[in-house]
Design a protein around this ligand. Structure first.
Ligand SMILES: *Cc1c(COP(=O)(O)O)cnc(C)c1O
Length: 407
């Protein structure tokens, strides 16, 4: 008899986006003349930068000729892309990351989800709340947690992001083995300072733990004091894996390209306490289960690192950040405490009341869709996330409607 992985039955069905869609559809059906503006989504809205389109066309032409056609490429990614990443994202910031410590993939969601399988199932987890749900759910699937009791899985240390700690959790009192951090944060938009990251690196060293550092929104950092990579912190090469994606950097959410950095200095241990190279384990896993990202897509990603590509992606991100600034300033003017939006495309608004109630009010009175914080975890209650991914016109219209409704 075929049996299921019963860990899947522990998963608490996430009704968040389905619930949002249902409420929005009900509203739209009842008020067909009132157009709704969606500021709830975590997806980009602007087209790919021209350098990427040119690279895609040129690479497609290469695929049409026997002399330049490409079949299977290296599973870890083409050298031209890995070298561009090592040079521009790391060497330029003073981080010694070699091209062969970079693994190109089709997304950070997959990488964040897959990485845990090279580690023991018997580990102490530390995971933020509120959170990008992938970190939690993939560990539930792997059997690293107990049941969900009152919205929290047994066996996870929740790193609470609250107004009291400025939404940046400090290291827990007890030990953890596998730690998830995400800065700039989704959903809160919070960033971690050099000192805060240094405390996490010291904690990981002390406990022989590994930090999984998701920096999908790194390109949104504008404050020169905020580290872009965990490897800007001394010693992080020995304790951290970093995830980066072209999704929010260059509008690749539908194009699919990302990478994971696993330094060769990173070690993990077997039950007898013997050291193993995490790089070797991930290389084995990646080359066994993955066959590489499409050549034209890797060419498009590499184009981002040209002078024109840097200029175009900076302009793209500045556009979203300008939206974010308008949103944060409008919500602050209405009397709400907000964070994010300055180094991230998300503004996290302390509504001081039930997050679904606030969601309904914005929908019914302003025809604007946000994301209720409760959907991201217990600590998200009392907050909503507003996303800067939209046209300027939609953002301005939405803010005018919110101001009129909440005045
Ligand atoms: C968008 C996002 C990613 C990127 O995922 P892709 O699969 O590369 O599109 C990763 N982490 C977080 C927190 C995100 O919000």
């Amino acid at each position: 008899m075929i049996r299921i992985n019963e860990n899947y039955t522990k998963l608490k069905a996430s009704y968040l986006f389905a619930d949002i869609a249902r409420r929005v559809n009900t509203y739209v059906a009842a008020h067909p003349s009132k157009p709704v503006i969606r500021l709830g989504i975590g997806d980009v809205t602007e087209p790919l930068p021209p350098v990427c389109i040119e690279a895609l066309h040129a690479a497609t032409d290469e695929m049409s000729q026997r002399a330049t056609f490409k079949g299977y490429g290296p599973e870890q990614g083409y050298a031209f892309l890995r070298e561009a990443i090592a040079q521009h994202d790391y060497a330029a910031r003073g981080c010694a990351i070699a091209a062969d410590e970079i693994f190109v993939s089709d997304g950070s969601k997959c990488d964040c989800g897959n990485i845990q399988e090279i580690f023991s199932t018997d580990l102490r987890l530390a995971i933020p709340d509120p959170v990008y749900p992938v970190y939690v759910d993939t560990n539930v699937m792997a059997g690293r947690t107990g049941a969900n009791v009152d919205g929290r899985y047994q066996g996870i240390t929740y790193l609470e992001s609250t107004p009291a700690n400025g939404y940046v959790p400090s290291v827990p009192a007890g030990a953890a083995d596998l730690i998830y951090l995400c800065f700039p944060n989704n959903p809160t938009g919070a960033v971690a300072t050099r000192a805060q990251l240094a405390a996490w690196v010291a904690y990981a060293k002390q406990h022989k733990a590994v930090i999984l550092f998701d920096s999908a929104y790194e390109a949104y950092i504008r404050d020169p004091e905020i580290p872009h990579s965990i490897y800007e912190i001394e010693g992080a090469h020995e304790v951290a894996i970093e995830f980066r994606s072209f999704s929010k950097t260059a509008g690749f959410t539908g194009t699919r390209c990302a990478y994971t950095v696993v330094p060769k200095a990173l070690k993990a241990f077997d039950a007898a306490g013997a050291e193993h190279s995490v790089h070797a384990l991930w290389n084995r896993r990646h080359t066994t289960k993955f066959n590489g990202v499409a050549y034209p897509i890797q060419k498009a990603a590499a184009a981002i690192y040209t002078a024109a590509g840097q200029q175009q992606t900076t302009a793209l991100i500045n556009f979203y950040l300008e939206n974010a600034k308008l949103i944060r300033s409008a919500m602050t003017k209405l009397g709400f405490a907000c964070i994010g939006g300055d180094n991230a495309p998300y503004i996290w608004i302390n509504t001081g009341r039930d997050s679904w109630e606030f969601f309904d009010r914005l929908l019914n009175e302003a025809q604007v869709v946000c994301t209720p914080g409760a959907g991201f975890g217990k600590c998200g209650e009392g907050h909503v996330r507003i996303s800067a991914f939209n046209s300027r016109e939609n953002v301005e219209t939405a803010l005018a409607r919110i101001a009129a409704a909440l005045k």
